[in-house]
Design a protein around this ligand. Structure first.
Ligand code: RFL
Length: 384
Protein backbone atom coordinates (compact mmCIF):
# COMPACT_ATOMS: atom_id res chain seq x y z
CA UNK A 1 0.00 0.00 0.00
CA UNK A 2 1.51 3.35 -1.06
CA UNK A 3 0.59 6.52 0.85
CA UNK A 4 1.54 9.96 -0.46
CA UNK A 5 2.13 12.45 2.37
CA UNK A 6 3.09 12.22 6.05
CA UNK A 7 0.60 14.65 7.59
CA UNK A 8 -2.09 13.61 10.09
CA UNK A 9 -4.13 11.71 7.46
CA UNK A 10 -1.25 9.73 5.93
CA UNK A 11 0.28 8.89 9.30
CA UNK A 12 -2.95 7.81 11.01
CA UNK A 13 -3.74 5.68 7.95
CA UNK A 14 -0.23 4.19 7.90
CA UNK A 15 -0.36 3.36 11.61
CA UNK A 16 -3.76 1.67 11.39
CA UNK A 17 -2.75 -0.37 8.33
CA UNK A 18 0.48 -1.46 10.04
CA UNK A 19 -1.56 -2.54 13.06
CA UNK A 20 -3.44 -4.86 10.67
CA UNK A 21 -0.13 -6.21 9.34
CA UNK A 22 -0.41 -4.51 5.92
CA UNK A 23 2.84 -3.46 4.18
CA UNK A 24 2.94 0.30 3.77
CA UNK A 25 5.25 2.85 2.20
CA UNK A 26 4.80 6.57 2.89
CA UNK A 27 6.47 9.01 0.49
CA UNK A 28 6.91 12.49 1.98
CA UNK A 29 8.25 15.51 0.10
CA UNK A 30 9.49 17.42 3.16
CA UNK A 31 12.46 16.57 5.36
CA UNK A 32 11.95 14.97 8.75
CA UNK A 33 12.84 18.26 10.48
CA UNK A 34 10.32 20.23 8.41
CA UNK A 35 7.55 17.76 9.22
CA UNK A 36 8.43 17.76 12.93
CA UNK A 37 8.30 21.54 13.25
CA UNK A 38 5.41 22.58 10.95
CA UNK A 39 2.96 24.33 13.29
CA UNK A 40 -0.61 24.28 12.04
CA UNK A 41 -3.66 22.94 13.88
CA UNK A 42 -4.00 22.44 17.60
CA UNK A 43 -7.59 21.61 18.48
CA UNK A 44 -8.43 17.92 18.43
CA UNK A 45 -12.11 17.02 18.56
CA UNK A 46 -13.51 14.41 20.93
CA UNK A 47 -13.81 12.04 17.96
CA UNK A 48 -10.14 12.50 17.02
CA UNK A 49 -9.05 11.94 20.62
CA UNK A 50 -11.14 8.75 20.67
CA UNK A 51 -9.66 7.45 17.39
CA UNK A 52 -6.10 8.13 18.57
CA UNK A 53 -6.75 6.53 21.95
CA UNK A 54 -8.50 3.43 20.58
CA UNK A 55 -5.64 2.75 18.16
CA UNK A 56 -2.78 3.24 20.62
CA UNK A 57 -1.69 6.59 19.15
CA UNK A 58 -2.53 8.91 22.03
CA UNK A 59 0.36 8.57 24.52
CA UNK A 60 1.80 12.06 23.80
CA UNK A 61 -1.64 13.67 23.59
CA UNK A 62 -2.71 12.13 26.91
CA UNK A 63 0.56 13.17 28.57
CA UNK A 64 0.87 16.73 27.22
CA UNK A 65 -2.51 17.69 25.72
CA UNK A 66 -4.81 20.03 27.62
CA UNK A 67 -8.55 19.75 27.81
CA UNK A 68 -10.35 22.84 26.47
CA UNK A 69 -14.07 23.43 26.95
CA UNK A 70 -14.78 27.14 26.86
CA UNK A 71 -14.69 29.85 24.21
CA UNK A 72 -15.34 33.57 24.39
CA UNK A 73 -16.79 36.13 21.99
CA UNK A 74 -16.02 39.85 22.16
CA UNK A 75 -17.67 42.71 20.34
CA UNK A 76 -18.80 46.28 21.01
CA UNK A 77 -21.37 44.93 23.49
CA UNK A 78 -18.77 43.28 25.71
CA UNK A 79 -17.73 39.67 26.13
CA UNK A 80 -19.54 36.43 26.83
CA UNK A 81 -18.24 32.91 27.26
CA UNK A 82 -19.73 29.58 26.27
CA UNK A 83 -18.82 26.54 28.35
CA UNK A 84 -19.35 24.23 25.40
CA UNK A 85 -18.25 21.21 27.44
CA UNK A 86 -21.50 21.65 29.39
CA UNK A 87 -23.65 22.19 26.31
CA UNK A 88 -24.70 20.01 23.37
CA UNK A 89 -23.24 16.54 23.79
CA UNK A 90 -20.86 17.68 26.53
CA UNK A 91 -17.75 17.04 24.43
CA UNK A 92 -14.47 18.94 24.79
CA UNK A 93 -11.38 19.63 22.67
CA UNK A 94 -7.88 18.51 23.47
CA UNK A 95 -5.27 21.16 22.68
CA UNK A 96 -2.23 19.39 21.29
CA UNK A 97 -0.11 21.08 18.58
CA UNK A 98 -0.27 19.28 15.24
CA UNK A 99 3.53 19.06 14.89
CA UNK A 100 3.72 17.18 18.21
CA UNK A 101 1.00 14.79 17.07
CA UNK A 102 2.79 14.23 13.74
CA UNK A 103 6.07 13.56 15.58
CA UNK A 104 4.33 10.97 17.80
CA UNK A 105 2.66 9.35 14.79
CA UNK A 106 5.96 9.05 12.90
CA UNK A 107 7.78 7.30 15.73
CA UNK A 108 4.86 4.94 16.35
CA UNK A 109 4.58 4.19 12.61
CA UNK A 110 8.28 3.33 12.40
CA UNK A 111 8.08 1.17 15.51
CA UNK A 112 5.19 -0.71 13.85
CA UNK A 113 7.58 -1.54 10.98
CA UNK A 114 6.22 1.01 8.49
CA UNK A 115 8.48 2.37 5.74
CA UNK A 116 8.72 6.16 5.36
CA UNK A 117 10.91 8.09 2.92
CA UNK A 118 11.43 11.78 3.62
CA UNK A 119 12.56 14.08 0.82
CA UNK A 120 10.66 11.96 -1.73
CA UNK A 121 8.43 14.12 -3.95
CA UNK A 122 5.74 12.31 -5.89
CA UNK A 123 5.66 13.82 -9.38
CA UNK A 124 3.12 11.62 -11.19
CA UNK A 125 0.24 9.40 -10.19
CA UNK A 126 -1.52 6.71 -12.23
CA UNK A 127 -4.79 5.84 -10.44
CA UNK A 128 -5.52 2.91 -12.82
CA UNK A 129 -2.36 0.98 -11.96
CA UNK A 130 -1.86 2.45 -8.46
CA UNK A 131 1.61 3.58 -9.51
CA UNK A 132 3.49 6.71 -8.49
CA UNK A 133 6.66 8.25 -9.84
CA UNK A 134 8.78 10.15 -7.36
CA UNK A 135 12.06 12.05 -7.11
CA UNK A 136 14.44 11.92 -4.16
CA UNK A 137 18.14 12.51 -3.52
CA UNK A 138 18.96 9.24 -5.33
CA UNK A 139 17.11 10.28 -8.49
CA UNK A 140 13.79 9.21 -10.02
CA UNK A 141 11.88 6.15 -8.84
CA UNK A 142 8.60 4.36 -9.42
CA UNK A 143 6.57 2.24 -7.05
CA UNK A 144 3.17 0.54 -7.24
CA UNK A 145 0.78 -0.82 -4.62
CA UNK A 146 -2.58 -2.61 -4.71
CA UNK A 147 -4.09 0.78 -3.82
CA UNK A 148 -2.86 4.36 -3.43
CA UNK A 149 -3.82 6.78 -0.69
CA UNK A 150 -3.60 10.48 -1.54
CA UNK A 151 -2.81 12.24 1.76
CA UNK A 152 -0.69 15.03 0.29
CA UNK A 153 -2.79 18.03 1.30
CA UNK A 154 -4.87 20.60 -0.54
CA UNK A 155 -2.46 21.33 -3.39
CA UNK A 156 -1.12 17.83 -3.92
CA UNK A 157 -0.68 15.75 -7.08
CA UNK A 158 -3.15 13.05 -6.02
CA UNK A 159 -6.01 15.56 -5.67
CA UNK A 160 -5.17 16.83 -9.16
CA UNK A 161 -5.25 13.28 -10.51
CA UNK A 162 -8.74 12.70 -9.06
CA UNK A 163 -9.99 16.17 -10.05
CA UNK A 164 -8.86 15.50 -13.64
CA UNK A 165 -11.18 12.47 -13.76
CA UNK A 166 -14.91 12.98 -14.12
CA UNK A 167 -15.63 13.91 -10.51
CA UNK A 168 -17.63 16.87 -9.23
CA UNK A 169 -15.71 19.64 -7.57
CA UNK A 170 -17.55 21.91 -5.14
CA UNK A 171 -15.43 24.92 -4.50
CA UNK A 172 -15.90 28.29 -2.85
CA UNK A 173 -13.58 31.17 -2.16
CA UNK A 174 -15.04 33.00 0.84
CA UNK A 175 -13.27 36.21 -0.19
CA UNK A 176 -11.63 36.52 3.23
CA UNK A 177 -7.95 36.36 4.14
CA UNK A 178 -6.53 35.78 7.61
CA UNK A 179 -3.02 36.47 8.73
CA UNK A 180 -2.18 33.35 10.78
CA UNK A 181 0.29 34.40 13.45
CA UNK A 182 2.32 32.35 15.90
CA UNK A 183 3.62 34.25 18.90
CA UNK A 184 6.32 33.04 21.24
CA UNK A 185 4.17 34.02 24.20
CA UNK A 186 1.84 32.31 26.66
CA UNK A 187 -1.87 32.56 25.98
CA UNK A 188 -3.43 35.88 26.99
CA UNK A 189 -6.86 34.56 27.94
CA UNK A 190 -8.06 31.32 29.44
CA UNK A 191 -10.25 30.51 26.42
CA UNK A 192 -10.29 30.56 22.64
CA UNK A 193 -11.46 34.10 21.95
CA UNK A 194 -13.21 35.35 18.82
CA UNK A 195 -13.31 39.17 18.48
CA UNK A 196 -15.66 40.93 16.08
CA UNK A 197 -14.66 44.46 15.19
CA UNK A 198 -15.36 46.96 12.41
CA UNK A 199 -11.65 46.69 11.48
CA UNK A 200 -12.15 42.94 10.93
CA UNK A 201 -12.03 39.66 12.84
CA UNK A 202 -9.32 38.70 15.35
CA UNK A 203 -8.87 35.32 17.05
CA UNK A 204 -6.81 33.97 19.94
CA UNK A 205 -6.12 30.23 20.31
CA UNK A 206 -3.91 28.40 22.79
CA UNK A 207 -1.25 26.07 21.41
CA UNK A 208 1.30 25.28 24.14
CA UNK A 209 2.36 27.01 27.39
CA UNK A 210 4.96 28.99 25.40
CA UNK A 211 3.19 29.50 22.05
CA UNK A 212 -0.12 31.14 21.11
CA UNK A 213 -1.84 31.37 17.75
CA UNK A 214 -3.59 34.56 16.69
CA UNK A 215 -5.55 35.33 13.57
CA UNK A 216 -6.21 38.74 12.01
CA UNK A 217 -8.53 39.32 9.08
CA UNK A 218 -6.53 41.37 6.57
CA UNK A 219 -7.15 42.82 3.11
CA UNK A 220 -6.53 40.02 0.55
CA UNK A 221 -3.87 42.12 -1.18
CA UNK A 222 -1.71 42.56 1.95
CA UNK A 223 1.61 40.72 2.10
CA UNK A 224 3.11 39.46 5.40
CA UNK A 225 5.77 42.18 5.08
CA UNK A 226 3.01 44.76 5.59
CA UNK A 227 2.50 43.30 9.07
CA UNK A 228 5.59 43.81 11.26
CA UNK A 229 5.37 42.69 14.91
CA UNK A 230 4.37 46.13 16.25
CA UNK A 231 1.50 46.48 13.79
CA UNK A 232 0.22 42.97 14.59
CA UNK A 233 0.21 43.60 18.34
CA UNK A 234 -1.35 47.04 17.93
CA UNK A 235 -4.16 45.76 15.71
CA UNK A 236 -4.76 42.71 17.93
CA UNK A 237 -5.01 45.12 20.85
CA UNK A 238 -7.64 47.24 19.08
CA UNK A 239 -9.77 44.30 17.89
CA UNK A 240 -9.41 42.35 21.15
CA UNK A 241 -10.39 45.57 22.96
CA UNK A 242 -7.51 45.36 25.40
CA UNK A 243 -8.36 48.78 26.90
CA UNK A 244 -11.52 47.15 28.23
CA UNK A 245 -10.37 43.57 28.83
CA UNK A 246 -6.68 43.88 29.71
CA UNK A 247 -3.43 43.57 27.77
CA UNK A 248 -2.17 40.72 25.60
CA UNK A 249 0.95 38.82 26.65
CA UNK A 250 3.31 39.73 23.87
CA UNK A 251 6.39 37.97 22.51
CA UNK A 252 8.30 37.62 19.25
CA UNK A 253 6.17 36.67 16.22
CA UNK A 254 7.65 33.49 14.75
CA UNK A 255 5.20 32.99 11.87
CA UNK A 256 2.94 35.30 9.85
CA UNK A 257 1.23 33.50 7.02
CA UNK A 258 -1.75 34.64 4.93
CA UNK A 259 -4.50 32.00 4.81
CA UNK A 260 -7.24 32.44 2.24
CA UNK A 261 -10.54 31.03 3.54
CA UNK A 262 -11.54 28.46 0.92
CA UNK A 263 -13.69 25.36 0.72
CA UNK A 264 -13.14 22.68 -1.88
CA UNK A 265 -14.74 19.23 -1.83
CA UNK A 266 -14.33 16.49 -4.43
CA UNK A 267 -17.11 13.95 -5.02
CA UNK A 268 -16.37 11.07 -5.11
CA UNK A 269 -13.14 10.98 -3.09
CA UNK A 270 -11.58 8.37 -5.30
CA UNK A 271 -10.69 7.50 -8.86
CA UNK A 272 -9.92 3.91 -9.87
CA UNK A 273 -7.47 2.63 -7.20
CA UNK A 274 -6.60 6.03 -5.74
CA UNK A 275 -8.39 7.18 -2.53
CA UNK A 276 -8.08 10.67 -1.05
CA UNK A 277 -8.09 11.60 2.64
CA UNK A 278 -7.62 14.78 4.66
CA UNK A 279 -7.05 18.10 2.89
CA UNK A 280 -6.55 16.20 -0.37
CA UNK A 281 -10.20 15.12 -0.15
CA UNK A 282 -11.68 18.34 1.16
CA UNK A 283 -10.24 21.71 1.98
CA UNK A 284 -12.00 23.56 4.74
CA UNK A 285 -11.33 27.01 6.14
CA UNK A 286 -9.69 27.01 9.59
CA UNK A 287 -12.58 29.05 11.07
CA UNK A 288 -14.02 26.07 12.96
CA UNK A 289 -10.79 24.07 13.46
CA UNK A 290 -12.02 21.08 11.48
CA UNK A 291 -9.26 20.26 8.96
CA UNK A 292 -7.02 17.99 11.04
CA UNK A 293 -10.09 16.35 12.58
CA UNK A 294 -11.60 15.53 9.18
CA UNK A 295 -8.20 14.14 8.18
CA UNK A 296 -8.19 11.75 11.16
CA UNK A 297 -11.84 10.78 10.56
CA UNK A 298 -11.23 9.90 6.89
CA UNK A 299 -8.00 8.05 7.66
CA UNK A 300 -9.77 5.79 10.12
CA UNK A 301 -12.62 5.03 7.71
CA UNK A 302 -10.19 4.39 4.85
CA UNK A 303 -7.95 2.14 6.98
CA UNK A 304 -10.90 -0.10 7.89
CA UNK A 305 -12.04 -0.29 4.26
CA UNK A 306 -8.55 -1.05 2.96
CA UNK A 307 -8.04 -3.75 5.59
CA UNK A 308 -11.29 -5.41 4.44
CA UNK A 309 -10.15 -5.26 0.82
CA UNK A 310 -6.54 -6.34 1.34
CA UNK A 311 -6.99 -8.97 4.05
CA UNK A 312 -10.48 -10.33 3.37
CA UNK A 313 -10.95 -9.58 -0.34
CA UNK A 314 -14.08 -7.61 0.55
CA UNK A 315 -14.26 -4.26 -1.28
CA UNK A 316 -17.73 -3.20 -0.13
CA UNK A 317 -16.49 -0.69 2.47
CA UNK A 318 -14.00 0.67 -0.03
CA UNK A 319 -16.79 1.16 -2.58
CA UNK A 320 -18.77 3.01 0.12
CA UNK A 321 -15.79 5.17 1.25
CA UNK A 322 -17.02 8.41 -0.34
CA UNK A 323 -20.62 7.79 0.75
CA UNK A 324 -19.42 7.27 4.33
CA UNK A 325 -17.16 10.33 4.51
CA UNK A 326 -18.92 12.96 2.41
CA UNK A 327 -21.93 13.59 4.70
CA UNK A 328 -19.53 14.17 7.62
CA UNK A 329 -17.35 16.44 5.48
CA UNK A 330 -20.41 18.45 4.44
CA UNK A 331 -21.62 18.79 8.04
CA UNK A 332 -18.22 20.24 8.93
CA UNK A 333 -18.28 22.50 5.85
CA UNK A 334 -21.73 23.75 6.76
CA UNK A 335 -20.68 24.62 10.32
CA UNK A 336 -17.45 26.20 9.14
CA UNK A 337 -19.46 28.34 6.73
CA UNK A 338 -21.81 29.29 9.59
CA UNK A 339 -18.77 30.35 11.65
CA UNK A 340 -17.41 32.41 8.76
CA UNK A 341 -20.72 34.28 8.57
CA UNK A 342 -20.78 34.76 12.32
CA UNK A 343 -17.25 36.16 12.57
CA UNK A 344 -16.86 38.35 9.51
CA UNK A 345 -18.78 41.46 8.75
CA UNK A 346 -17.68 43.14 5.54
CA UNK A 347 -14.89 45.69 5.77
CA UNK A 348 -15.70 49.22 4.63
CA UNK A 349 -18.47 51.73 5.22
CA UNK A 350 -21.47 51.54 2.92
CA UNK A 351 -25.15 50.74 3.57
CA UNK A 352 -24.79 47.10 2.43
CA UNK A 353 -21.83 46.63 4.78
CA UNK A 354 -23.80 48.17 7.65
CA UNK A 355 -26.65 45.74 7.00
CA UNK A 356 -24.29 42.74 7.03
CA UNK A 357 -22.63 43.93 10.24
CA UNK A 358 -26.05 44.28 11.89
CA UNK A 359 -26.81 40.66 10.91
CA UNK A 360 -23.53 39.52 12.49
CA UNK A 361 -24.44 41.32 15.72
CA UNK A 362 -27.90 39.73 15.71
CA UNK A 363 -26.37 36.27 15.20
CA UNK A 364 -24.02 36.86 18.10
CA UNK A 365 -26.89 38.13 20.29
CA UNK A 366 -28.79 34.95 19.54
CA UNK A 367 -25.76 32.84 20.50
CA UNK A 368 -25.41 34.85 23.72
CA UNK A 369 -29.06 34.47 24.72
CA UNK A 370 -30.49 31.27 23.25
CA UNK A 371 -29.76 27.93 24.92
CA UNK A 372 -30.94 26.10 21.79
CA UNK A 373 -28.49 28.10 19.69
CA UNK A 374 -25.69 27.38 22.18
CA UNK A 375 -26.41 23.64 22.07
CA UNK A 376 -26.26 23.74 18.26
CA UNK A 377 -22.95 25.57 18.47
CA UNK A 378 -21.41 23.19 21.01
CA UNK A 379 -22.51 20.04 19.17
CA UNK A 380 -21.04 21.23 15.89
CA UNK A 381 -17.98 22.99 17.28
CA UNK A 382 -16.50 19.85 18.85
CA UNK A 383 -18.23 17.19 16.78
CA UNK A 384 -17.67 15.77 13.33
P1 RFL B 1 -1.07 17.92 5.45
O1 RFL B 1 -0.91 18.10 6.92
O2 RFL B 1 -1.00 19.12 4.59
O3 RFL B 1 0.00 16.85 5.00
C1 RFL B 1 0.24 16.59 3.64
C2 RFL B 1 1.66 16.10 3.50
O4 RFL B 1 1.90 15.74 2.13
C3 RFL B 1 3.18 16.20 1.75
N1 RFL B 1 3.21 16.34 0.29
C4 RFL B 1 3.85 15.49 -0.54
N2 RFL B 1 4.60 14.41 -0.30
C5 RFL B 1 5.14 13.75 -1.37
N3 RFL B 1 4.95 14.16 -2.66
C6 RFL B 1 4.20 15.24 -2.93
N4 RFL B 1 4.01 15.62 -4.20
C7 RFL B 1 3.62 15.96 -1.85
N5 RFL B 1 2.82 17.07 -1.76
C8 RFL B 1 2.59 17.28 -0.47
C9 RFL B 1 3.36 17.51 2.52
O5 RFL B 1 4.72 17.86 2.67
C10 RFL B 1 2.68 17.17 3.86
O6 RFL B 1 3.60 16.64 4.79
O7 RFL B 1 -2.45 17.21 5.08
P2 RFL B 1 -3.42 16.22 5.95
O8 RFL B 1 -2.66 15.05 6.46
O9 RFL B 1 -4.60 16.00 5.10
O10 RFL B 1 -3.83 17.07 7.25
C11 RFL B 1 -4.62 18.21 7.12
C12 RFL B 1 -4.29 19.20 8.24
O11 RFL B 1 -2.88 19.44 8.25
C13 RFL B 1 -5.04 20.53 8.05
O12 RFL B 1 -6.38 20.28 7.70
C14 RFL B 1 -5.03 21.36 9.33
O13 RFL B 1 -3.73 21.78 9.68
C15 RFL B 1 -5.96 22.57 9.16
N6 RFL B 1 -5.89 23.47 10.31
C16 RFL B 1 -6.56 23.16 11.48
N7 RFL B 1 -7.27 22.00 11.56
C17 RFL B 1 -7.89 21.68 12.73
O14 RFL B 1 -8.54 20.61 12.79
N8 RFL B 1 -7.80 22.46 13.86
C18 RFL B 1 -7.09 23.64 13.84
O15 RFL B 1 -7.02 24.33 14.88
C19 RFL B 1 -6.45 24.04 12.61
N9 RFL B 1 -5.71 25.17 12.53
C20 RFL B 1 -5.10 24.62 10.23
C21 RFL B 1 -5.03 25.48 11.36
C22 RFL B 1 -4.41 24.95 9.05
C23 RFL B 1 -3.66 26.12 8.99
N10 RFL B 1 -3.00 26.43 7.77
C24 RFL B 1 -1.61 26.54 7.66
C25 RFL B 1 -3.76 26.38 6.55
C26 RFL B 1 -4.27 26.62 11.31
C27 RFL B 1 -3.59 26.96 10.11
C28 RFL B 1 -2.79 28.24 10.09
Amino acid sequence: MVIVGAGPSGLVLGNLLRASGIDTLILERASRDQVWTRARAGFLSAHSARVLTEHGLAAGMLRNGRSHDVCAFRDANGEFTLRYGQLGRGEVHTVYPQQHLVTDLISEYLSRGGELRFGATVTEVDPQTATVRYRDAQGDGEVAGRFLAGCDGGNGVTRQAVAAASVSRHTRDHGITWLAVLAQAPQSMAAVTYALHDNGFAGHMARSPEVTRYYLQIPPTDTPAAWPDERIWAELGVRMRTEEFGPLRQGPITERQPVRLRSDVLDPLQHARLFLAGDAASLISPSAAKGANLAIMAAEVLAGALADALLRDDERALAAYSRTCLPRIWRAQEFSHWMINLLHGPLGADPAADFQRALCRARLDSLRDSRAHQDFFAENYVGI
